[in-house]
Design a protein around this ligand. Structure first.
Ligand SMILES: N[C@@H](CCC(=O)N[C@@H](CS)C(=O)NCC(=O)O)C(=O)O
Length: 209
């Protein structure tokens, strides 16, 4: 297998943590998003959507979404389960992981991509160029604030995001929490439950690189 990564970007970090939690050591190729390597013809042959992470399987199949990479690796290495064990756990973890993506990652990406100078003309990932819309940065910021309030309430009810055990939803929420700092969002002093959870997850060796 080969893993196409970008050390500085949030989405490949999610896959990187997942791989580390599974105890796998996969050949890794860095794709420099800052230099636009995702837009080259060579990389378009790997992923026509021009995004990382990508996992190349031994038969030449390319998995070009975190969700697909996680599903594949969970089937390959079932322990420790990160997508859930029981049917109820699987349902809850998928629900929370999607909420973190849609209510956390997506608005923070909007806040970042619609007002950062290096993202001019690149407000959306992918092969086409889209202009920034400053109002989307404002809306993304407001939705980001709402997300972190919601997460803090959730983490008062449960030890981890989706329940009693660490899962892919924690990986996503942890990466989103660090990503949010890029746009001066994230935990505030009032988010004591999130702080408790963040410190717990931060002890895992998988999150350290
Ligand atoms: N839904 C995709 C999102 C992948 C994604 O958006 N990756 C970003 C890096 S965080 C990217 O490749 N950006 C390329 C660009 O900015 O042109 C996944 O979860 O794998």
């Amino acid at each position: 297998m080969k893993f196409y990564d970008c050390q500085t970007a949030p989405n490949p970090r999610r896959a990187r943590i997942f791989i580390a939690e599974k105890g796998l050591d996969i050949e890794t190729i860095q794709v420099d998003l800052g230099k636009g390597e995702q837009l080259t013809d060579d990389f378009r042959r790997i992923n026509p959507r021009c995004t990382v992470p990508v996992l190349e399987l031994d038969d030449g199949t390319f998995l070009t979404q975190n969700a697909g990479i996680a599903a594949f690796l969970e089937a390959l290495v079932p322990n420790p389960p990160l997508l859930g064990d029981t049917p109820a756990e699987r349902g809850l973890i998928a629900t929370w992981n999607m909420r973190v993506e849609l209510e956390g990652l997506s608005p923070i990406a909007d806040a970042f991509r619609n007002r950062t100078k290096s993202m001019v003309g690149r407000a959306i990932t992918g092969p086409s160029n889209y202009d920034q819309i400053p109002e989307l940065a404002v809306r993304g910021h407001a939705r980001g604030v709402e997300f972190f309030d919601m997460l803090n309430v959730r983490l008062c009810e449960t030890e981890y995001v989706a329940g009693d055990s660490f899962s892919v939803a924690d990986i996503s929420a942890f990466v989103v929490t660090d990503f949010a700092a890029w746009v001066k969002l994230g935990m505030t002093d009032a988010h004591t439950n999130t702080k408790r959870w963040y410190d717990l997850v931060n002890q895992r060796p998988s999150v350290s690189d």
